[in-house]
Design a binder for this molecule. Structure first.
Ligand SMILES: Cc1cc2nc3c(=O)[nH]c(=O)nc-3n(C[C@H](O)[C@H](O)[C@H](O)COP(=O)(O)OP(=O)(O)OC[C@H]3O[C@@H](n4cnc5c(N)ncnc54)[C@H](O)[C@@H]3O)c2cc1C
Length: 407
């Protein structure tokens, strides 16, 4: 089937929308070709290719809107990322951010089901539990299949990768947005990079990371946040600093399975330092060059991470500091009696803002300024989870596409 284009932007029939929910698909239908042409002529910038930005971008592109996604990272994923490490034993991969997700909302489930059909998500059918450090016993072992857990395949970032490759989306990675200027006379946005270089004019902008308006950005870079909240006075009072909970992730690879652990994911009870541990290599679709090795990711508590950050500040850790943290976390893990061998690979990663501790999106699950055509989405607008971020991205895309289809 030939697909009509305006300025190279495919006008996808509304039927081809990625979302499986019939209700959402119907919304854009029957409005006639004018609305679709207005949408296609509109240029939208999405800042951030984490799950909220990626969902939002793919929904907009599915409606024929021309979308450019910017991310400072090397690829899509954000906190749903996967890390590749080369070792003498071969390449290792770790989901060092979010290890998995669960879904309760029906609309989010529709979307996840469509990703399952695309093969970029699968259920992780392993038993989880809890390990009480004070009694050295596993407690609260889950019954098989008690709660559905989902993972990206072959990595957590696969979902964002697939969404960002939707036709109609242009991606610009390793591109940090340093400034978002509203040009009143031109009724459009000008985006600039961290070095001040122009990245183009856009009719609408979706911001999917809180660093774009928080003072934390200034602490790290010495520069004002990219979005001057005076430009969006209606949202300004909500765009305050959002408290965060940090976390260290310890990536470990053992040459043999850990026989003392009867589950593939568990929470630590009564530990001030350790929070969760996951056997990454037990997830579906993971390909390893060292098939017998077992890869684990252990998360620290927020209190442990806070303690370190309050001593060292937010600046990037040196390799020495990171390896000391890795050693300390591993000693704690070893001290539980669950690990009797040394890993052949070990590395720590800091997530300075792993989880937002409050949400600013209210019932809309996102923020929206119609006069500026600016939406703000992300887990910090909804709830600190993949599901929260996904729903926030969906809501932000609806705000903008409803506006465009009413033009
Ligand atoms: C260690 C850890 C464990 C977790 N465990 C779970 C779990 O078990 N279950 C669960 O559901 N969730 C979990 N989460 C939370 C989950 O990962 C997040 O809620 C979700 O991924 C957030 O998605 P997002 O799109 O809102 O933000 P992000 O994924 O953070 O995406 C924001 C993107 O914006 C980009 N960006 C920021 N500033 C700029 C700029 N100036 N210019 C360009 N790009 C920029 C960033 O590079 C990033 O890619 C965990 C997170 C961590 C870190």
């Amino acid at each position: 089937m030939a697909i009509a284009t305006i300025s190279g932007t495919p006008l996808l029939p509304t039927k081809l929308h990625i979302v499986a929910s019939g209700r959402k698909i119907e919304e854009g239908r029957g409005r006639g070709s004018e609305a679709r042409m207005a949408a296609a002529a509109s240029r939208v910038a999405v800042v951030g290719a984490g799950i909220s930005g990626a969902v939002c971008a793919s929904m907009l592109a599915g409606r024929g809107i021309s979308v450019t996604v910017f991310d400072s990272g090397r690829g899509p994923g954000g906190r749903m990322s996967q890390r590749r490490e080369s070792t003498e034993a071969g390449d290792l991969v770790f989901d060092h951010g979010a290890p998995y997700f669960t879904i309760a909302n029906e609309e989010a489930m529709d979307l996840v089901t469509s990703w399952e059909r695309m093969g970029v998500v699968a259920q992780w059918n392993e038993r989880f539990g809890c390990f009480d450090v004070s009694t050295s016993k596993f407690v609260d072992l889950e019954n098989d299949g008690e709660k559905k857990k989902y993972v990206g395949v072959p990595g957590m970032n696969s979902v964002c990768k697939a969404l960002c490759s939707h036709p109609g989306i242009q991606t610009k990675f390793q591109t940090t947005i340093g400034k978002l200027d509203w040009l009143e006379g031109m009724d459009s946005w000008l985006l600039s990079g961290s070095g001040g270089e122009s990245l183009g004019y856009f009719d609408s902008v979706i911001v999917s990371d809180k660093s774009l308006f928080s003072s934390r950005h200034s602490t790290l870079t010495g520069r004002p946040p990219p979005l001057d909240t005076n430009i969006v006075p209606r949202l300004a009072e909500k765009l305050h600093d959002i408290p965060v909970r940090p976390c260290y992730a310890l990536m470990l690879s053992f040459s043999e399975p850990l026989p003392e652990i009867p589950v593939k994911g568990f929470a630590f009870k009564n530990s001030k330092t350790l929070n969760w541990a996951f056997c990454d290599s037990s997830k579906p679709g993971r390909q390893y060059t060292t098939p017998l090795s077992e890869c684990w990711v252990v998360h620290s508590t927020a209190e442990y991470a806070d303690g370190i950050i309050s001593r060292t500040g937010l600046k990037k850790h040196s390799a020495t500091v990171l390896s000391e943290i890795a050693e300390e976390l591993f000693r704690e893990f070893e001290g539980t009696g669950l690990v009797k061998t040394r890993p052949f690979f070990m590395k720590a990663h800091r997530w300075g803002s792993a989880f937002p501790a409050s949400a600013i999106g209210g019932e809309d699950l996102c923020l929206w300024d119609e006069s500026r055509r600016l939406a703000i989405c992300g887990d910090f607008c909804a709830s600190p989870s993949i599901e929260g971020a996904l729903l926030s991205g969906l809501r932000a895309s609806s705000k903008l596409s409803n506006l465009l289809s009413s033009l």
